[in-house]
Structure formats: structure tokens, C-alpha cells
Write a protein that binds this ligand. Sequence first.
Ligand SMILES: [Fe+2]
Ligand SMILES: [Fe+2]
Length: 200
Amino acid sequence: MKNSTRMQSVSFTRMDRGTVEDYALLDELAKPYIAGTGERVLAYLEQLKGGGFPGYRVDRYEHSLQTATRAFRAGEGEEFVVASLLHDLGDDLAPENHSELGASVLRPYVARHTYWMVLQHGLFQGYYYFGMTGEDPNARDRHRGHPAYDMTVRFCADYDQLSFDPDYDTLGIDHFVAMVERLFEREPWGEQTTREWPME
Ligand SMILES: [Fe+2]
Ligand SMILES: [Fe+2]
């Protein structure tokens, strides 16, 4: 019988029969699993190649890289650049509310304003096209005065809404891998998340 941690498992078949030892074991086994989040996120991002909403001139993988490239070249901080890379992570699994999915993946690892920016980017992006689809392009105005309002406007104006260009000189994923790894190596729910920012 293999003696690896992968083979270890709890004694219970229903959670209310678990012991203190069982839950201590699960906690131990969860640590390396949680530490692999960045790697899994990068692998998932690769799946956006050739995918995402159809009809655009670049796929969502290219769009993600291009958004991050523009943010990087504009001198945004590393957390902002990684958020730019991952902001559309939810497109395939949550096409009706993709902003929420990407924001939730980032939430334990980023400052509250970065989380809010990704959470609201879909609404703010609407400024550029809601007028053509019968929605209110100024819907973002309801958040005016929020401390992350301006950075979310900037994210959409300067990076996200521009990044559907097949001719742009987009950097490859290799440029961003170490940044993603560093972000997900942070202590989840650590000091980066504790600053007081309004969440609504
Ligand atoms: Fe988006
Ligand atoms: Fe986007």
C-alpha cells in the first residue's frame, strides 16, 4: 500500500461522523492543494484558447493576455496586471455573470478594491456598448463615489474595452506566469484583504 499523503483519507462517510483527527488530516491535506491554486488557474486560463463568447476577432485567451499586456505597459502594479489577466476567467462557466466568478477566484488574494474592480467590470464595460443594446450605458453611475470607481473606469477605458485587436503586439503567457504564481502564493485572506474598503 502506498504511503503517500494522496492515499490518506478520513474514516467517515458522512461529515457528522468525522473525528477531530479526521478534520485535522483534511486541514493538512488541504494546504498543498490550496497552494496549487495558481497552477490550476493558469491551466484553466489555457482552456479559454479558442473559446469564450463567439464572434469577436480575438478569443478570450488573447483578449485576457492583451488586457494584461496593456495594463503592464501602462505601468499598473502587479496585482492589477494579474487581475487584468484573469478578469474574464468566468466567461465559459458563468456567461450571464462572469464578473462575479473571476472576482471570487481572486478575492482571498487581492485587495478589496481589486476584487471590486473585477466584480464590477462587466457593468462598467457597458459604458461602451449598452447604448447599442438597449441598456443604460451610464448604469455604472450608481457606484459613483466608491473608492474603486475611478480605477474600474480606467481598467475598462484603457485596457479591457481596447483589447479585441488581433493586430496588437500582445505579450505571451510566459510574461505573466511568475506574477500569477506570486499572487496565489500570498496567504489567502491575508493582510492584502484587510484594508477597509466598502464592498457594495
Ligand atoms: Fe468581462
Ligand atoms: Fe474583458
